[in-house]
Design a protein around this ligand. Structure first.
Ligand code: TEU
Ligand code: CA
Length: 581
């Protein structure tokens, strides 16, 4: 990890970045000021008792989301789908999944958000479709079909697939079609064939579809796996090292920037949208090319170095707070001089942050969830809260493989235990901690049966800890995690410095405390986060001194924030001007 970072993070380039930002202050934009809330609809709120969350269920909760202070909802794929990968396999881009509702429900959702001064961004899954999509059904029907070239078909080699590409979900990335004897490419499940972006007709279809949803009032897109859309020419074999980190290879297609600029020119230009690309595999160094305002591609991207700290692919590894701080600094540089950043600690593909970075035990739960919230909301970049994170939802317990739902977890199991390569215990040890299922347990609304998520049988287990961790209880408690989030979000909205201010890690070497400043002109805040469950004797570096407490999760006063930081203590403080030191 540290080696990888030092390559990306020459000290000189950081200094250069800060200087150039001072010269060109960040342009104000609504999507920089907003806090985004990610809804994984299936697990959010069920309105009709079928056990699956839906759009009317989400509409019922809009007042709650407004009360949190978030301005934007990112909606999980709402399109018609056979649900092999919970909606990330789209059968019809212009229809709503009947399990989630109707087009009228979608329109009501947009209207309900707009009435509240909020906006909607939708998930855009255009690296691949479902194998049930009409284009693929046509494509598969034979080499002469006009849709054949909508996907990536190749002849096999020596009785096997065209090359040694692996799927991100495990196994070969090629599936043989018995009828024609050719293979099609799928970076994810075999039911998710990759679109052929070389084909201008594919691009035009996608652009028309994007305009369709923009015309319905959506304010932008979260672009799924977007950096994978350009494939490597010649489709050569991967080396063994490349097989270990597929995402780093699959993002290197030479036409990625041509496609994104084309899309911008054709669809996004002059609409003032939030466009966030999932940049799994893109290095910090390569990121400015995607997010530079002058280049007209995306407004921001998601990096996975932070949420994936402490794991190699799906296997857990040791990590330290210093490693985490190095990644935070590295990610800072990834905006380049005129780009923007995201901040997130959870999404639907990763474990719960309080279980990963914090302490989910009854003693550590509240303080550590608030400490993480402080990091999430106070970093530079647009913060994304994943549903349930605002009440500190935790991972769930898995006994054996039969407890898992996730297609990815099942793929990992089949490719390890299934072929006798690893023991069940070894694989379960990691899977329990990293599986995407941890993020997909139903939202915990109250202490009632099924946590108020559904009146029927939930599609996936409700975490038994909903008795103690739920919205109803935290809404009523002024000291809850939920109310701490509300305060943090208000604070960020009220201080331009906390949105546009520069970020500086003022204590990179401390092994337990994250200490950074946010600075805009003469205005400066210090953010302190004790990332461990011990009291830390802490002296601020560079003679810095706290002058005012804006928020502190232990309700400390100016006099007693330091020198003893309590376990998981965190807060936002104003620094004394240099003259007073
Ligand atoms: O994820 C793309 C991706 O590359 C990873 O985050 C991937 O999900 C992870 O390696 C699996 O552990 C996106 C979606 O967020 C994910 O839910 C979908 O399954 C995937 O694309 C395919 O559409
Ligand atoms: Ca339902």
């Amino acid at each position: 990890m540290s080696q990888h970072l030092s390559e990306n993070l020459p000290v000189s380039s950081m200094t250069a970045l800060r200087a150039s930002e001072a010269d060109t202050p960040q342009k104000a934009k609504w999507w920089k000021e907003a806090v985004v809330y990610q809804v994984y609809t299936r697990s959010f709120s069920d309105s009709n008792g079928d056990g699956i969350g839906d759009l009317p269920g989400l509409i019922d909760r809009l007042d709650y989301l407004q009360s949190l202070g978030v301005q934007v909802i990112w909606l999980a794929p709402h399109y018609d789908t056979p649900n092999v990968d919970n909606g990330y396999d789209i059968r019809d881009y212009r229809a709503v999944d009947p399990l989630q509702g109707t087009m009228a429900d979608f329109d009501r959702l947009v209207a309900g958000l707009h009435e509240r001064g909020m906006k909607l961004i939708v998930d855009l899954v255009i690296n691949h479709t479902s194998d049930q999509h009409e284009w693929f059904r046509q494509s598969r029907s034979g080499p002469d079909n006009p849709y054949r070239d909508f996907y990536i078909w190749r002849d096999g080699r020596d009785d096997g697939p065209p090359n040694n590409y692996l799927s991100i979900f495990g196994g070969s990335a090629w599936e043989k079609d018995e009828a024609s004897g050719q293979y099609y490419l799928h970076y994810f499940a075999k039911e998710q064939p990759d679109l052929n972006w070389e084909n201008p007709k594919v691009r035009q279809e996608v652009y028309n579809m994007m305009r369709f949803w923009l015309d319905k009032g959506v304010s932008g897109f979260r672009m799924d796996s977007i950096c994978f859309i350009s494939k490597l020419p010649g489709l050569r074999d991967l080396t063994l090292a490349e097989m270990e980190s597929l995402e780093h290879v699959y993002v290197t297609g030479p036409k990625i920037h041509d496609y994104l600029q084309d899309m911008h020119h054709e669809v996004l230009v002059d609409r003032d949208l939030l466009t966030v690309g999932e940049a799994f595999g893109v290095s910090f160094e390569d990121t400015p090319a995607f997010v530079s305002e002058a280049r007209n591609e995306l407004t921001m991207v998601f990096h996975f170095e932070i949420v994936r700290i402490g794991r190699h692919d799906w296997q857990v590894q040791d990590w330290t707070i210093k490693d985490l701080k190095a990644v935070l600094r590295g990610e800072e540089t990834s905006s380049g001089p005129d780009g923007w950043l995201t901040s997130f600690l959870e999404n639907h593909d990763n474990p719960r942050s309080v279980s990963w970075f914090g302490d989910p035990s009854p003693k550590g739960h509240g303080p550590s969830a608030k400490a993480l919230a402080t990091l999430l909301i106070m970093r530079r970049g647009t913060p994304y809260i994943y549903q349930g994170e605002e009440i500190g939802m935790t991972n769930i317990h898995f006994d054996g493989i039969e407890d898992f739902q996730d297609i990815n977890a099942k793929g990992i199991w089949n490719n390890t235990v299934g072929i006798g390569k690893m023991s069940a215990e070894e694989v379960l040890h990691s899977l329990r901690r990293v599986t995407r299922d941890n993020a997909r347990t139903p939202m915990q609304w109250d202490a009632s049966n099924h946590a108020g998520f559904t009146t029927g049988l939930p599609w996936f287990r409700v975490n038994p800890n909903h008795i103690d961790i739920n919205v109803a209880q935290q809404d009523a408690d002024p000291n809850s995690i939920l109310n701490y989030y509300r305060t943090l979000i208000q604070l960020r909205a009220s201080q331009k410095t906390l949105i546009y201010g520069d970020f500086e890690d003022v204590d990179p070497d401390h092994p337990a405390v994250i200490a950074f400043t946010r600075t805009l002109g003469d205005d400066q805040f210090l953010i302190l986060i004790n990332m461990c469950g011990e009291t830390e004797h802490y002296i601020l570096p560079h003679g810095l001194k706290i002058a005012e407490v804006l928020l502190d999760n232990m309700s400390a006063s100016v006099e007693n924030v330091l020198p003893n930081l309590k376990p998981w203590q965190a807060g936002i403080y104003r620094l004394a001007p240099p003259a007073d030191i």
